[in-house]
Design a protein. Structure first.
Length: 493
């Protein structure tokens, strides 16, 4: 019997207020989860994909619509689902937000799939084909062998990076984070050869290895990391890559050597806070164990291998007042951090932090689901023990402006160049800092007095001697290195 072709439309929604990471094409990353859904879908389904980071969704007919969403984009996901449901088209939601608040998502979607989809998506499709889908499927965590290579052909937009995931899970369960809730307590590591095979399918020269702990603290983590990095070199997989790790990434010089040799250019470290009190506030056990005094030496070791540091810092912890926030800013500027991710503490649904803040009636932006659109870490949704929400937001605007203004970004670029002796790392850092600046200071980008341009310069038009001088230097450096790489990359589209 011939099987009739059906149409599956996958959508990555982006909030119309479009704030935060992932909302600007220059900082948009492919939703790997949808690539996996596509890979798990039998061939008789025709698959289309819309990423609202690049194009606004417009209605098109389909038999089934699958939508993923971060919390900040959940209201938009609900809006889009309503358009399809009004036309009698079946909708299904999965991903982190649906997994944390399935009862809420079920009000807007026909079916909700929580957790990892590798096992339950085929079950759902089979029930859907039989005309009998359930309203909820709980995927939980799956054996890593079940993870297919994502269908990368659906990612037809000009994403700057390819993404790959080599492991899932984290035992730490930090108070503010959803990773342990979503991916389980156990590190589940994919077979390295399979990861290398998948890497050979990627096409972009920039790569983001999205594991939450690229080199975790298990006994075999070191060997596994070495196998992966040496494997990349051995197979001639040439990438400039960014990964995420903890401070223990700096422990082993051989790991750092091979990481750098395989193209590691930037490493995101979850520093979160620079004082013991701040780390206690968020129960960041890993960093507490090491002690805040260990940071500088760790940064130095990483830099020595030509790798720059993207420091993930949180502002707005319980014990934070004005002075603590300014101290954190000063620490960032002096410590050896190259690219800055300075987020505002945000109570993500499902986390211990959210439960506690809700019980204490502390969350100000709590008109859900609408207010989820503010949960992108660039807007205060609550205050601290010492600051109101408005005070926290005002101080953050000040902090961001002093970090992301053009002169400081230039200084940081040259500092990174000096520390790493790596031009590519310095350029990556410079670009990343501009992106973070644009995202955090979105409200300040305007033509009025006191405003800044998208290029992080004061819009008064007056440029300092320092900026004018370094312009020449940069044009020269740019011409000989980064530009040629970007051009090569562009040629692939
Ligand atoms: C890569 C990543 C990013 C990338 C984005 C990649 C992308 N476009 O998806 C970048 C760097 C841009 C990013 C940004 C941010 N991120 Co992020 N990110 C991650 C990370 C590390 C991996 C996500 C991933 O791709 N996983 C791999 C895929 C395969 O897994 P998955 O998406 O969960 O998909 C599986 C299932 O969920 C399911 N599924 C997914 N979608 C769908 C759809 C359907 C229809 C179905 C059936 C199933 C399904 O099937 C998949 C296979 O099992 C996670 C942590 C983690 N380990 O999950 C955090 C995480 C998702 N991010 C998080 C956060 C907080 C942020 C930021 C706010 C950070 C910041 N400081 O700015 C911003 C978001 C800003 C915004 N506007 O919303 C939180 C999300 C919390 C939440 N409730 O939204 C997480 C969980 C980390 C954490 N600390 O808790 N992030
Ligand atoms: S913040 Fe990092 S260490 Fe803590 S639970 Fe999340 S992924 Fe694990």
């Amino acid at each position: 019997m011939a099987i009739t072709t059906k149409k599956l439309l996958l959508i990555n929604p982006v909030s119309r207020s479009a704030q935060g990471l992932a909302c600007d094409p220059s900082s948009s990353f492919m939703p790997l989860g949808l690539g996996i859904i596509a890979a798990l879908t039998p061939e008789h389904w025709e698959i289309a994909f819309i990423d609202e980071s690049f194009e606004e969704f417009a209605f098109r007919p389909a038999d089934l619509v699958g939508i993923t969403a971060f919390t900040a984009n959940a209201p938009r996901a609900y809006e889009i689902a309503a358009v399809f449901r009004a036309q009698g088209i079946y909708t299904v939601m999965g991903g982190i937000h649906a997994s944390m608040v399935p009862a809420e998502a079920a009000q807007y979607f026909d079916t909700v799939i929580t957790g990892e989809a590798e096992v339950v998506w085929p079950l759902f499709l089979s029930d859907f084909n039989d005309g009998n889908p359930a309203t909820l499927y709980e995927g939980g965590v799956v054996p890593v062998e079940k993870i297919p290579h994502p269908r990368r052909d659906i990612f037809r937009y000009p994403y700057v990076n390819d993404l790959i995931q080599t492991s899932r899970g984290c035992p730490m369960g930090c108070d503010f984070c959803s990773v342990t809730l979503m991916c389980g307590k156990k590190y589940r590591e994919r077979d390295v050869e399979d990861v290398l095979d998948e890497l050979e399918e990627t096409t972009r020269p920039l790569l983001f290895i999205i594991d939450d702990h690229l080199v975790n603290n298990t006994r075999y983590a070191r060997e596994r990391a070495l196998k992966l990095f040496k494997g990349m070199v051995g197979r001639g997989i040439k990438k400039l890559w960014l990964g995420q790790a903890s401070i223990n990434f700096a422990d082993d010089d051989e790991v750092l050597y091979w990481a750098a040799k395989s193209g590691c250019t930037l490493i995101l470290l979850g520093i979160e806070g620079e004082t013991t009190q701040a780390l206690r506030d968020v129960n960041k056990r890993l960093n507490l164990k090491r002690g805040v005094d260990s940071y500088r030496e760790a940064f130095r070791k990483i830099h020595r291998h030509g790798i720059a540091i993207l420091g993930a810092m949180i502002f707005g912890m319980e014990s934070d007042g004005r002075q603590e926030l300014l101290n954190r800013r000063d620490f960032i500027l002096r410590s050896g951090i190259d690219a800055i991710q300075a987020s505002i503490m945000t109570p993500l649904p499902g986390t211990g932090l959210f439960e506690r803040m809700t019980a204490q009636n502390r969350i100000v932006l709590n008109n859900f689901p609408d207010d989820w659109q503010h949960y992108h870490f660039m807007q205060a949704t609550m205050g601290t023990a010492k600051l109101s929400r408005d005070e926290l937001q005002a101080i953050m605007d000040e902090v961001w402006l002093s970090m992301y203004n053009k002169e400081n970004l230039r200084r940081m670029l040259f500092r990174t160049l000096h520390r790493t002796r790596n031009l590519k790392a310095a350029y990556w850092v410079y670009g990343a800092n501009h992106n973070y600046g644009r995202m955090t200071l979105q409200q300040k980008i305007h033509n009025q007095p006191g405003g800044i341009t998208r290029n992080m310069e004061w819009n008064s038009g007056k440029r300092s001697l320092y900026l004018r001088f370094t312009d020449y230097l940069l044009t020269l450096l740019y011409a000989v290195s980064w530009n040629s790489m970007v051009e090569k990359f562009r040629g692939q589209y």
